[in-house]
Ligand binder design. Sequence first.
Ligand code: DNO
Length: 392
Amino acid sequence: MREGWRWYGEFDKISLPEIAQTGATEIVTALHGVPYGDIWQTDAIQSVNARIRNAGFNWNVVESLPIHERIKRGDGDLSGLFANYRQSMANLAAEGIKVICYNFMPLVDWTRTDLRSPVKRGGTCLRFSIEKIAALDVYMIEREGAEADFTPETLRDAKRWFDASTTAERDALIHAVMCGLPGAYDRYDAANLKQALAGYEGIGRSEIRDNYKRFLDEVIPAAEELGLRFGVHPDDPPRDIFGLPRIVSNADDIDWVLNAHKSPANGLTFCAGSLGANPSNDLPSIAQRFADKIHFIHLRNVTKEPNGSFEEAAHLDGDTDMPALVSVLLKEEKRRQTSGRDDHQMVFRPDHGHELLDDESKQTHPGYPLVGRMKGLAEIRGLIDGLKHNMA
Ligand code: DNO
């Protein structure tokens, strides 16, 4: 597996020479300044690529080429947006990009309630507290019918949190929830979020699936021609949120995606952290089942709590059996190699990391500190080497 590192380009406080010291060889990035729906122009792609290559890295994976909300909502004439998307794909392929990571989560991307939750031996992690999500949904956004999505215990805890919370704590909550949106994005406060949610009224699971299938039908044939592979990033967390249906949360969903437009180009970003937050997802077996469709990998771990809350654990801690998962991935690589594929090595990146030591002073993207991710990468590197030694 090839070691990747997510870099936010001009928006990143961590420089390429610093990343070089982690040992990673693949940069994973995007044109974070381009508004959703606009074309990624060749000169802009070339200049990012030149920076990356001059610093001694490869750029094979784009994370993400974002999908405009209108496509997710199936709103109006989408031909221009699809044409732009395909043009961006063509421009990227011409610069040597091989894999496009994207997601089909309506409105919000990864969602957490706490960006700096303390961990036992020092440092902080990202946390998802179900009672805070309920407080936001039920008492701050006041979404109609929101109560029905939570258990009575969660609603009780949510009310308790809300009643005791200060304005600053409520602001911090909404800020944390919005932090999942990378790059050139719309950020919402509670009122805006409520308004944005209204745009999804009447759009349920089957409508989102229809819109998703349409997207795949529009882009996957072009991907095949361009030699690009698409990897959908699973929902994070893998559950409906703010009443928005999430449709890439478990093995059945993934099966649906892969069959909605059958093609070797239509595949998966295997995000262990996202899938791992659902207690019924057995990660090594999901990886095994869809192994040949995995085009890109995020390795991360979570510790789940019975009420649906979870915390990001250190990469080899937490509930996911990382050695079992990584050995499935290594066997798949071996299979690809034996079958003669020259691109048999998959790119993975240590996804997220605890904020450790002087990470906090750097004010990096939440979840993307230098030391914490470097620790995760080093641990996974050791795991991979050990497993390979045993396989040999
Ligand atoms: C979070 C990331 C996601 C991911 C997108 C892919 O840290 O894994 O934001 O980049 O969902 O489209």
